[in-house]
Design a protein around this ligand. Sequence first.
Ligand code: F6P
Length: 365
Amino acid sequence: MGTFGSFMKIGIVTGGGDCPGLNAVIRAVAKAATKRGWETLGVIGGYQGLLAPQKYRLLDYKALSGLLVRGGTILGTANRGPFSAKTGHGETRQLPRELFEDTMRGMEQLGIEALVSVGGDGSLTIAHQMHEFGIPIVGVPKTIDNDLAATTMTFGFDSAVACATDALDRLHTTAESHNRVLVLEVMGRYAGWIAIYAGVAGGADVILIPEIPFRYESICAAVTEREKMGKHFTLVIAAEGAKPEGGNFVTSGAQQQNREARLGGIGAAVAEEIEKRTGKETRVVVLGHLQRGGSPTNMDRALCTLFGAEAVELIADKKFGRMVAHTGVTVDSVPLADAIGHLRTVPLDGAFVQAARALGISLGD
Ligand code: F6P
C-alpha cells in the first residue's frame, strides 16, 4: 500500500441490503475527504467492484449534490456473490485468501490507500477479515435491523421505524373502521428492534419479537380482552424473526448456497391462527422493502453525517480495523471485531420491554 502524505486517495464501498442514509454517508465521507485535499473513489456494486475489471466513480464535489436526502445508494450494493460471508441463520464463512489478494491488487491498481466499508453484520464481517489480511479499512454501521453489537444505533434504523410506525397509524384507522385484527409483519432478521420501537410508537396492542417466543393462546387472549373492553379491533406487529414457543423461524423461498436464509411469512401464520381461534376477521400486511426505501429521516441524516466525518478521521489517524459507533451520547469508534460475531438483540429487561409490559401491551408470552 502507498505511503501517507498530505494527499490520499480513499475508496468507499456500500455492501449488503440497502437502506436510507447510504448516500448521506457517501456524501459525508467524500466531503470530509475533499476538505483534506484527498480524493474519493466510490466502488460500484459492493466489494466486487474492486476486482478486475474494477468498477468505480470519482466522488468529487459535483457528484455529491442532492445525496443527503436521496434513498438507496448511488454506488449499488450486493448481498450475494464471492464476498458473501454469512450463510443460513447468520453463520459466518471465512473468505479465501486469494479473494483478498485480488482485492488488494485491485486497490493498488486504482491507487486506493484505504477503504471505508459501509455495511451491516455481513459486510463488516468481510471488512474484519480484510483487516486481518492487511487491507487498511474502517467500517460504518448500516442496517435497518439495528442489530450490530458495539453501537447503540445503526443508521437506516430510524427511517425504517418511521415507515413501520406510519404503516401502523394507517392500519389503525382501517382496523377500527372494520372491527378487524390487523397484523403488520416487519423486517429485522433475528432482532425485534423495528417491531418494538414501531410497536410502541404506533400504539400496537400486541408486539411479537424473536427475543420472546410467543404462544397463540396469549395473543388471542389479548384480542378477546380488548373485545370485552369494547375495543373491537386489535393491531399486532410481528417481527419477521418472531416464532412460537418450540417452533422454528418462518422462511420464504428455498435456502441458497452461501446466502442467508430469507425470513418471511410469520405475519400470515399469526393472522390465520388468530382468525381461526377468535373468529375475528383478520388481515395481514407485509411491509417488506418499503422499510428500506425512500429518504432518510432527520435523525438518520445527522447520524450518517457524523459517521462519515468520523470515518475519515479514523483513516487520517490510521486507526484501521475500527468501526465508527454511536455510544448513546456521542460518536466514537470501536474495533471491528467487537461489532461482529454476535447480534445486539432487544434486552428482556430493557426499557422498551418494560414499558410495553407496564402499558399492558401483549408480548405474546
Ligand atoms: O438486513 C436487512 C434486511 O432488510 C432484513 O431485515 C431482511 O431480513 C433482509 O435484509 C432482506 O433481504 P433481501 O433484500 O435480500 O430480501
